[in-house]
Design a protein around this ligand. Structure first.
Ligand code: ATP
Length: 329
């Protein structure tokens, strides 16, 4: 792999810190025999309650891997909010920038015997726009990477703050990473285009890549992926992950890639129990390796490795924090 050095006069302002902006929620999971019809009653066989929200999951995974991680999002001043703060602090996420709204958001997932998931979501305080306070401005200056998600782009006032943060990060010479999220197709076209224009590292799964490229066929979508961003890492479920990096992409130490590269790395062979948060864990492993300035192939290996661990546990972050879980059915 060929790299060209950056201009030696240029400072890398953000060192190895990462700023994560997004949702922090509570995930309630209920295992049942089958979904009841309207008006019917059904027994819950087992339950689990964990911290969730794509960005929160990734922030927790990053801190677990030792990456200096600061999380910005909005939660309620309630027991669920306390649970989020506690579990983030246990793994070492810097929560000093978290802002407060009315009620902490949550999701309820019903999982039937065939593993079919039916979800109900309430974003609560997570849908509030962040206020661009002095602490956030300071974090922008001192972070090498901003990671955010497509959920932050759904509402214009929230999107305006995230776009402004991303513009400031880019103006500092630092990098923007985006997990487009399953709802990226619902983001207004002008906002989506602006965010993609600011994104250095795009982290979609295959469904999201299909939305972004307009190609349902995976091979055709992967062929178009390099046009979306300088670095595009696509999560392929049990098949692992694929990545394209284009010439000129900047590594965490500021060096530039001198040639286009493409990799595919298989997933680790495990018995998956629950794939909730697999993509978020992949993002954490990938970005932690990127921030350590490892070779690009290792970004994928590290992503697959953490995601492969997570899928062996119930709940997106239960292997990082103490879960609150009833016995398995
Ligand atoms: P989610 O929405 O469930 O968080 P996702 O749809 O964004 O996940 P996937 O492609 O399903 O992303 O999975 C992310 C990563 O998790 C994969 O790239 C792979 O590393 C790992 N993974 C997923 N399923 C398995 C599996 N069955 N065995 C091993 N690893 C897996």
């Amino acid at each position: 792999m060929e790299v060209v050095s950056q201009n030696s006069n240029k400072q890398i302002p953000g060192n190895n810190k990462i700023l994560v902006i997004g949702d922090a929620l509570i995930d309630h999971q209920y295992w049942i025999d089958r979904m009841p019809n309207p008006g019917e009653d059904t027994v819950i066989l087992s339950t689990s309650k964990n911290v969730g929200g794509s960005a929160a999951n990734t922030a927790i995974g990053l801190a677990y891997l030792g990456a200096p991680t600061k999380f910005y999002g909005t939660i309620g001043r309630d027991l669920d909010g306390d649970l989020i703060l506690g579990q983030m602090q246990v793994v070492g996420v810097d929560v000093s920038g978290i802002q407060f709204g009315e009620v902490t958001g949550f999701t309820i997932t019903m999982i039937d015997q065939s593993s079919e998931r039916t979800m109900f979501s309430f974003r609560g305080a997570s849908s509030n726009a962040l206020s661009m306070d002095a602490a956030l401005l300071e974090s922008i200056k001192t972070s090498r990477v901003l990671l955010t998600s497509g959920y932050q782009l759904l509402y214009p006032d929230q999107a305006a703050v995230v776009l402004s943060v991303a513009e400031r990060v880019q103006a500092q010479g630092n990098l923007v990473a985006l997990d487009p999220s399953p709802l990226i197709g619902d983001v207004p076209e002008n906002i989506r285009a602006r965010m993609l224009g600011l994104t250095d590292i795009l982290l979609p799964n295959l469904r999201e890549l299909a939305i972004l490229t307009g190609e349902e066929d995976p091979s055709a979508a992967l062929e178009k992926a390099p046009h979306l961003s300088k670095c595009v890492a696509v999560k392929l479920g049990h098949k692992g992950a694929w990545m394209s990096i284009r010439k000129g992409f900047q590594f965490s130490n500021g060096q530039m890639l001198a040639e286009d590269l493409c990799f595919q790395v298989p997933a680790i062979q495990v018995q998956a129990v629950d794939t909730t948060g697999a993509g978020d864990a992949f993002n954490a492993g990938f970005l932690a390796s990127f921030l350590r300035n490892e070779a690009p192939e290792n970004w994928l290996k590290s992503g697959n490795s953490l995601a492969g661990e997570v899928v062996q546990h119930r709940g997106a972050v239960s292997m990082f924090c103490s879960p609150s879980q009833s016995p398995a059915a």
